[in-house]
Design a protein around this ligand. Structure first.
Ligand SMILES: Nc1nc2c(ncn2[C@@H]2O[C@H](COP(=O)(O)OP(=O)(O)OP(=O)(O)O)[C@@H](O)[C@H]2O)c(=O)[nH]1
Ligand SMILES: [Mg+2]
Length: 207
């Protein structure tokens, strides 16, 4: 009698576990997967932005990125399950040779400049050219980073907006990975654009 109860309980627990596993697996499946490149000169804050978005923290003593690092985050957005694969490139010149190959198949990119370093904005054409040459005309978003350092600002917001227009960026935002200002918003805006692009592409194919 007692033994029978134990067997029943174990059996029920196994069923509950199996159902739970199936449900979480379903939740982890994504409707869309987007490959997003994090680009811009050395030290503009690409890794800080990536980590801030992935983990919610600002990591103070980051080392430069050697080559490229990969991160991924799954989010629910407008009722769709989206997986963002973030490819965080080392901005130093010596890693530039990796980019053409790794940029292939990208869905879109963030191109960062540092609002305290005008030279980093002047390299925007180089970054956008590399992406477009290797991934086609994918949506690019211009990001003015380190917005918390307003006392050291040397690039006006309007100059960022004008550069974004001149080089056909799909969107522009100033943000701070230190305070978190506009970080979520930047990813939401790009995710929205990528979702629309992807739906448009599929609609074209469904004739
Ligand atoms: N005040 C402030 N500092 C920042 C911010 N974002 C990054 N930094 C600092 O800028 C420096 C460079 O940041 P990283 O994120 O390593 O820059 P990166 O673009 O990944 O650099 P590479 O990997 O060399 O290409 C670090 O000292 C960061 O702490 C920010 O929003 N505000
Ligand atoms: Mg880095």
């Amino acid at each position: 009698m007692y033994k029978e109860y134990i067997i029943k309980i174990i059996f029920s627990l196994l069923i509950i576990f199996a159902l739970f596993k199936k449900n979480t697996e379903r939740l982890m499946e994504s409707d869309y997967t987007f490959k997003v490149l994090m680009l811009g000169d050395a030290s503009v804050g690409k890794t800080s932005l990536t980590l801030r978005y992935i983990s919610g923290f600002f990591v103070e003593d980051l080392r430069l990125t050697i080559g490229v690092d990969f991160f991924s985050k799954s989010v629910f957005f407008n009722g769709e399950r989206i997986k963002l694969q973030l490819w965080d490139f080392g901005g130093e010149e010596r890693f530039r040779f990796l980019l053409p190959q790794y940029a292939k198949g990208a869905s879109g990119a963030f191109i960062l400049y540092d609002i305290t370093h005008p030279a980093s904005l002047s390299h925007l054409p180089d970054w956008s050219y590399i992406v477009r040459e290797n991934a086609g005309d994918v949506p690019l978003m211009l990001v003015g980073s380190k917005a918390d350092l307003s006392e050291y600002r040397s690039v006006k917001r309007e100059d960022g907006i004008n550069a974004a227009k001149r080089y056909n960026m799909r969107s522009f935002v100033e943000l701070s990975s230190k305070t978190g200002q506009n970080v979520e918003k930047a990813f939401e805006v790009l995710a929205q654009i990528l979702l629309e692009e992807s739906k448009k592409k599929h609609a074209k194919m469904d004739f």
